[in-house]
Every structure is written in C-alpha cells, then in structure tokens.
Write a protein that binds this ligand. Structure first.
Ligand code: HEM
Length: 575
C-alpha cells in the first residue's frame, strides 16, 4: 500500500513535466525568409535585403542629385574637435542609470535591421568616390591641411543619382525586419554556413567557459579584419567589439538551448523543423526584449500595439540609421569592464576591445556580460570619448578614425538636410537660438563657437545636443525619429511575435522573458538583476576592483610590517 502511495505521488509530480513540455504542441506554418521577402503578401519585396533606405524627410543634396548636403557648414573635424571632444577621464554618466548593456543591445539590434556598407567591403566597387577630411589648425594628432581620413561614400543603387527627379539612394544590405538576421544572416548561403544540420543547432566553438560563436572560414571578410581567429555569425560586423560579440554569442547559445528542448519534446521532428522553430522562438525573444525592455529603458513610449498593418513599409529611414540611432556612439565609454566569477573587476581600454576576439577566446563571455550590466553607461550627449573619436580601429596617423566625423559626414553623404529643416519637415517647431536646444552653458558655448547659426547645425550634432525630454534619454527630435522607426518595424511585420499564430501558445511566456532570463539560462553568472538595462546599485557595490584588492593587500602588508617593527622595538626597550 505504502509503495502504491509513493508511486502515485511520484507520478503526480512527474506527469505535468512530461505532459506539459513547453514545446510539445508547436507547429510551423510560416517563417521569415532569409532575404526578407514574402512577408507582406501585397508587396512581396517590402523588407527585402538590398533595397534603398526610406526618406522620412526630403533629400537635400547640394546639387539636388548626389553631392554632399550641408556643404556650407564647417569642416567636420573642426566640429568634432570643438564640440564632440570628451577629455580622457571626464566621465559624464547617464542620468537615468542606464547600464552599458543598453548600448550593447542597441548596437546588436541595429546590426539586425540596417547596414549600408561603403565600397571598402566590396572589391568590385573600390573606385567609388571618397571624401577627404582635412585636418584643421591646432589638431592634437594631425598637421594642418593633412588628410586625416579618406572616407568612402556609402553604397548606393547605381540606377539612382542620375537627375534631380532621381537623386542618389543608398542601400540597406540587410533586412529591416527585426528577424534575428544578426544571428542567422540574410541569405540561405550564410545560414547554411552557420548550421550543424543536426538537431536544429547552430555551429559553436567549444570553450571551458561555455560555447562561443563558430570561427570564420579562411579568407572571409571577418578573418581579414582581425589579428588571430575571427568569429563568424549572421552579420559580418560580429567582431567589431567584444560586447557585441558576447551578446551575439548569448543568442546562439539560446538558439541551441531552445533546439534541445524542442527535440526533447518532439523526438520525431527533423533537423529543419527544429531549426526553424528554434529560430522563430529565439527571434521572438529578441523582439520581446527590444520592445518590452530596451525601448522603454530609453524612455520611449510607443503607441500600443494593435495589430499587423499591411500598409506599413518597414524600411529603415536614412534619418534613423545615419543620424538618430547613432546616438549610441556617444554612450560608449573609455573602457570595457569585465567581472570574473569572484566579482573582481578588471578594465580593458575600449579600443583594445575592437576587432579583438582573442579577448573572448581567452575569457569566454560571462565576465564581459556581467561587466556590461554592472557598469553605468556614458550619457547620451555631444561628447564622444577618444576611444572612438581618435583611436577607432587604430592609432591616430595609423588608420585611427573619428566616429564623430563619420557620423556627421555620413548624413551629408546621404543628402540629409540640416537639423532645423528636419524639425520643420517632421512637424516640430524649428529653433531660433542655440539656447533653445539645451540650457547647459557648455553645450551652448561649444555650438555657438563652431556654427554661425542654428540653421547650419548638422543633424547628429543638433540631436545629440538636445536637452532630454522628461524620463527619457533622448531629446525631442531623436525621440521622434527612433519612435517612428520602431513602430514601423513592429506594425508592418506580419510575423512579429504578437501577430504570429505559430507562437500563440508561447506568446505570454515570450513577452515575460527578460534579457536577464536569457543570461541566467546560458551563462554561469549568478544573481542577475531582473532589469539588466539599468545598473542595480546593490550589486555594483559588492564588486571589488583590481585596485581595491591591491590596496587591501598593501594595507595588510603595512600592518604586518608595522606590527613586527613595534614588537621588535618594544622587546628592545624591555631589554
Ligand atoms: C564600440 C561600439 C561601436 C563602434 C566601434 C561603432 C562603430 C561604427 C562604425 C565605424 C560605423 C560606420 C560609420 C560610417 O562609416 O558611417 C557605425 C555605424 C552605425 N552605428 Fe555604430 N558603433 C558602435 C556602437 C553603436 C551603438 C551603441 C549604436 C546604437 C545604439 C550604434 C549604431 C550605429 C548605426 C545605426 C550605424 C549605421 C549602420 C548602417 O546602417 O550602416 N553603434 N558604427
């Protein structure tokens, strides 16, 4: 009798876990195509990779066709030196306690939805035009009139740029859907290079501290850009910095974890079925984190989601990709913080983390991920750290780029109008004085010493300079452009997770999945705070830096020396 009772209780405990395997009743009716087409059934090509970006405001090429806009504005390096220069050691922290995970996620998803490369990525197009950036007088790193950078213009559709009626239009080479392409790629060929074709999994590289991304094939673009072994993922920019690679790795692990669960619940499923289903769920989680955590963390309130709207073209606007979403560049600090399993903090100069996957090959990703959520992000403001303003991918004079210069010149390259014209065209009131943009005296001083008047302002500078609206990390113009894009990306997507019938049973669970859950189930990091987009004060206080530890050792050493000395002295006196 006792045995039967124990057996019945055992069965009652075990039964639900067998019967309610999370993925037991899943089925697949449709999924994102790799090149983005066939999402909108009335406009099959909407959202396809390699289409031109969308104009939210009219182009303003100086010749009306293709010549740089804002051409009467000051030299871009002058703007960078006088406005964007953030002196080393000057840390202006985000006023809302956002963590470095915030910028890392922003970059991760931006690589999912937009990429307009320059000719440099395509050897057949080496002859495309370059823009020479001339160093002004008193530049810290370059002689006056020296060409400090030679910037390739963006890739554009060669059927455009022929007349005023058909002005130059640049290409978004990835799909604008938030469809996980940063993990899976935008072509059948790319994804096939990433798959194991067993159990629906993605290829990984084994490491003591957890699986890493697969290594790049010989002679791939990735391999050419790094010293040592490069990683390979859906997007060719995966090695650009260690935070980006770490987040990317997290979602390859999550894919493989989901695939294992699907296989457990459905042993009869083929590799293809498991792969597609895991891809769909993983992508849905990326969407949910973006819409339920990341966008709200910036203080952006989107219109509530109603339903799929087939009249919405999801294409990324020039204003989003070459201007407003680059606000992330000002959030980057001077160093990466990495935190090991005993909570010891180490720092790595930011520029050492660029195209340097060997750091991840040495440490794994846990310490980098933890460093991201315990470190406060730099404020979204006009200041760019030297790590990206002079040392981007190399030393000054040895290929080091200035990202502030690139951001300003890229907008001119795409024919974007000045800041005030944008405001007018999107329905905001134009400003008449610099102090209407921000009341901060230093910001006003920098703007007014560089530009002759507000109508000259380059859009990225105006947007970065704007005083933030209440409870947000953005000013009015940046807020408008970013909100418009994220609503469009969501509403125009028939396969968005809240509209996908295949995900109906999992919807609530996906909506409740936070980035912290993904970190917890795919790393060995303990006590992950619920919201990793903000720094949790309590957790941060427990961390010890290398300096603090050295100081503690020195203090103990001095106390011991002093004790020995005091003892010897007292024994001498007593003699
Ligand atoms: C260490 C971190 C980062 C580095 C080194 C970096 C570097 C770059 C570079 C070199 C470009 C191309 C510039 C050009 O030639 O026009 C670029 C483009 C861009 N970046 Fe970043 N970036 C970083 C982080 C971020 C973050 C945090 C965000 C947003 C939150 C962001 C958003 C963008 C966007 C939207 C583009 C345009 C992409 C396209 O459509 O082609 N980046 N970045």
């Amino acid at each position: 009798m006792k045995k039967i009772v124990i057996l019945t209780i055992g069965l009652l405990i075990l039964l639900p876990s067998f019967a309610l395997g999370q993925y037991q009743s899943i089925s697949l009716s449709d999924s994102y195509s790799f090149n983005g087409s066939n999402n909108n059934k009335e406009n099959l090509e909407w959202g396809e990779a390699n289409l031109t970006l969308r104009r939210l405001v009219n182009q303003a090429y100086s010749d009306g066709v293709s010549e740089l806009s804002n051409s009467g504005s000051p030299n871009v390096r002058v703007i960078s030196n006088t406005i964007c220069d953030q002196q080393p050691g000057l840390n202006i922290i985000d006023e809302r306690n956002l963590s470095d995970m915030n910028w890392a996620w922003g970059q991760f998803i931006s690589h999912d939805i937009d990429f307009t490369p320059t000719a440099v990525f395509d050897t057949r197009l080496q002859s495309l035009e370059r823009i020479q950036i001339i160093a002004p007088e008193n530049d810290q790193y370059y002689r006056e009139n020296q060409t400090m950078m030679s910037v390739f213009r963006s890739l554009y559709d060669v059927r455009t740029g022929l007349s005023r009626e058909n002005s130059r239009e640049q290409i978004n080479t990835v799909t604008p859907w938030l469809d996980g392409s940063v993990v899976y790629g935008t072509s059948e060929q790319r994804v096939n290079e990433l798959r194991t074709f067993e159990g629906g999994k993605l290829i990984t590289t084994e490491h003591d501290n957890g699986d890493l991304l697969r290594l790049a094939p010989v002679n791939s673009i990735e391999e050419q850009r790094v010293r040592g072994l490069a990683f390979f993922s859906g997007d060719i920019r995966a090695n650009e910095n260690i935070a980006l690679t770490a987040v990317n790795t997290l979602f390859v692990r999550e894919h493989n974890r989901i695939a294992e669960e699907i296989l457990n619940d459905n042993p009869e499923f083929s590799d293809e079925e498991i792969f597609q289903m895991a891809r769909k769920i993983n992508t849905a989680i990326i969407q949910s984190i973006t819409y339920n955590e990341f966008i709200p963390s910036l203080g952006i309130e989107l219109e509530p989601y109603v339903e799929y709207d087939k009249s919405v073209d999801p294409q990324i606007s020039h204003l989003f990709s070459v201007v407003a979403f680059r606000i992330g560049h000002s959030q980057i600090g001077e160093q990466f913080v990495i935190v090991n399993e005993t909570d010891i903090k180490q720092t790595i100069p930011m520029q050492e983390g660029f195209f340097n996957p060997s750091i991840i090959q040495k440490h794994g990703i846990d310490s980098i991920i933890k460093g991201l959520f315990v470190t406060k992000q730099q404020a979204s403001d006009i200041y760019y750290h030297d790590s990206i303003r002079n040392f981007l991918f190399g030393e000054p004079q040895r290929g080091g780029l200035d990202l502030c210069v690139l951001d300003i010149i890229r907008a001119r390259d795409h024919g974007i109008p000045d800041y005030n014209t944008i405001r007018k065209e999107i329905g905001l009131i134009p400003v008449t004085e610099f102090d209407e943009i921000n009341s901060d005296q230093e910001v006003i001083r920098r703007l007014s010493q560089t530009y002759r008047n507000v109508d000259e302002l380059d859009p990225i500078i105006g947007i970065l300079a704007e005083e933030h609206i209440e409870d947000s990390t953005l000013g009015e113009t940046g807020y408008y452009i970013i909100k418009e894009q994220f609503e469009r990306t969501r509403d125009g997507d028939r396969l968005f997770y809240l509209n996908d019938p295949d995900l109906e049973d999992l919807r609530e669970d996906i909506s409740n999945t936070r980035l912290s859950d993904v970190i917890e189930r795919n790393t060995r990091i303990d006590n992950v705070p619920d919201n990793v987009f903000f720094v949790s004060e309590i957790k941060n206080n427990n961390l010890r830096t290398d300096n603090q530890i050295s100081f503690a050792y020195i203090a103990v050493f001095l106390i011991v020396v002093f004790a020995i000395y005091a003892q010897q002295k007292s024994s001498r006196i007593s003699k």
